[in-house]
Design a protein around this ligand. Sequence first.
Ligand code: KG4
Ligand code: ZN
Length: 367
Amino acid sequence: MSAVTGPSRSDGPVVLGIETSCDETGVGIVAGSRLLANEVASSVDEHARFGGVVPEVASRAHLEAMLPAVDRACRTAGVTLTDIDAVAVTSGPGLVGALLVGVAAAKALALGIDRPLFGVNHLAAHVAVDTLEHGPLPEPAIALLVSGGHSSLLRADDLTAGVMPLGSTIDDAAGEAFDKVARVLGLPFPGGPHIDRVAADGDADAIAFPRGLTSGRDMQRHRYDFSFSGLKTAVARWVAATQQAGVDVPVSTVAASFQEAVSDVLSRKAVLACTETGVDTLVLGGGVAANSRLRAMTEHRCAEAGIRVRVPRPGLCTDNGAMVAALGSLLVTAGVAPSPASLGADSAMEVEQVSVAPSTDPAGTPA
Ligand code: KG4
Ligand code: ZN
């Protein structure tokens, strides 16, 4: 990232954010809603041969990458540690060992520079990152959060106070489906970006893959929920049948048709959630929000329905530290109480909980 002008007091709080919930070591620095640095060190290459993230390998990689990433972020932002007003860190959800590395680093840093510490929810941070590019989030807003571990529709009336889940996946997350289908197609891990790339040469209408939970009865019981497990199985069966027939699998066409099915369901239900709740802003977040077809289809459908759609640039959709810093900055500005020094990692942190307040810390006593 190129050097930027350092912070000025009028920008708002200077917040350093640390993200280590999965395989990306992210350190971001913001001043108010101005992005100053976003350093990401990924251990993805170390996991690729296993076809998925190996928790122990991820934790060790975070340990090695943390201090250099903090150093680089400060240099890029043009700040020293004493310029930082608050430290924010992903407290959950995620891989517990990986989270602990980030939480320990953030605690040490906050203690060392004597600044408040904010343990935040990774999922809310995926939503908050959009404020760095598009300014304050209109309230209320609906968020479509689609990542490797989660797929949810959320209503945010005040992101710093909490979010209300409207629906979520009942089986696989959208990103998980991308990764599994990529594997079936012989594409590398993580599969999402590869499916996105090869799908550009395929016919998205060639194969009518199922759209989970969109039929009449399912729409009554699971109106804003998602299901991608059946779709994944349908792709695997289609590929197996083609191979058995001795025909070459048309990888780009399968990828495009699969991507079309996922994008169709996600965008359709997101628009429905907006129109039925009378909310006119939709925010996309999470790694799958980097998908070109999902972005285009959602923008098209939102334009038709008179809904404003906000999507961070692809590099801010996938895991990074800037999103954690962005949420930390919103919390500081809103006067939310910092987390206690006993802050822990909460691998199963509920989506409703945006930050760890003193009284909600599962690990310890109020600070
Ligand atoms: O948000 P994220 O970086 O990490 C989690 O919080 O899980 O999301 C990672 C997921 C992976 O499943 C990856 O395959 C998917 O996001 N992904 C994509 C694209 N880029 C990343 N899926 C579809 N299209 C993309 N361009
Ligand atoms: Zn994520």
